[in-house]
Design a protein. Structure first.
Length: 311
């Protein structure tokens, strides 16, 4: 009888601990494809952070498809999720999904990308893309010695960040009449497209000596295309702060990148969601900017897994 009682008590304890682990409810973390290490970091950092606070976590990827994203939001609503953390699939295309969650009483905390409407998400926490793009553009024009022809690889053109980054690259670069853009194409944030578009650009414009890229994924594709074409002279920048970009910077194949502190952004979103769920506390501001860090050969050793250990 004592053994039976001990077994029952042990089972009750295990069940109690399991119940406690998810007592706070379910948080959905919805991101673009985790084949991109930047977006994988959002899930890798967000899941354990939320679990440590007592939540069950479900991670999903919408692959930048707004219809798929809407289905995932509907799944979260049906699951009676207590919050959704989302790196969205388009500034306009995502409004419907966020509104649907808001109407259902589920708070949404957006990370990395904003939507073109305020008052629906509880928070929109993004890297200061304008500051970051300008900072790394300054390093690039120095590396170009303030002259030469160059190409630009744009990100997903429906994404606000695509335009913010490009506009702020040009706010710096266009100050110099000696720098001329001869090609501009979208590679949709994708490494394979970055490689293929760069191959084509090099064939059409062999005179270029620089390439500016809207993110590191495209920049790494462009860098490898230049290496394979024997064009180590081309000065390339990206924006994100990925380990792959860091490796190219260390090898002298890329000029630099601007680190988006996505690990810190994701953790902040989880903390703000937790405060809202448990205490009804809203962030002081819906739109929040986290500064970027310009990364070059001088400080790249302080970067790892989207975390900068410098001052």
């Amino acid at each position: 009888m004592k053994k039976i009682c001990s077994i029952v008590l042990a089972l009750v304890l295990v069940m109690s601990l399991a119940a406690f682990a998810s007592a706070e409810g379910i948080i959905y973390i919805i991101t673009p494809s985790t084949s991109n290490p930047f977006f994988k970091t959002e899930q890798d950092v967000g899941k354990p952070k939320a679990e440590a606070l007592g939540y069950e976590v479900k991670c999903m990827s919408h692959d930048d498809d707004a219809a798929t994203q809407l289905q995932m939001f509907e799944a979260a609503i049906n699951d009676k999720a207590v919050a959704i953390i989302c790196d969205n699939a388009g500034a306009d295309a995502s409004i419907e999904a966020v509104k649907k969650a808001d109407d259902a009483g589920i708070p949404v905390f957006l990370i990395d990308r904003e939507i073109n409407e305020s008052g629906l998400a509880k928070a929109q926490i993004v890297a200061d893309n304008a500051q970051g793009a300008a900072a790394i553009a300054e390093k690039w024009v120095e590396a170009m010695n303030y002259e030469g022809k160059y190409a630009e690889l744009l990100g997903l053109e429906s994404d606000t960040n695509c335009h913010v980054r490009s506009d702020n690259y040009h706010a710096v670069i266009d100050e110099y009449d000696t720098l001329e853009m001869v090609a501009q194409q979208s590679a949709n944030w994708d490494q394979t497209q970055g490689y293929e578009k760069t191959e084509a650009i090099l064939q059409e414009h062999p005179e270029i000596t620089g390439i500016i890229c809207g993110n590191d994924t495209m920049a790494c594709g462009a860098t490898q295309a230049c290496i394979d074409a024997g064009r180590d002279d081309i000065k390339i920048i990206g924006l994100d702060g990925s380990d792959e970009a860091a490796a190219y910077i260390k090898d002298g194949k890329m000029v630099g990148t601007a680190l988006q502190q996505i690990a810190a952004i994701t953790e902040l979103a989880i903390e703000e969601a937790d405060a809202y769920i448990k205490n009804g506390t809203l962030p002081e501001q819906e739109k929040q900017l986290v500064p970027c860090v310009a990364i070059t050969a001088e400080n790249v050793d302080k970067l790892s897994a989207f975390v900068y250990s410098g001052d």
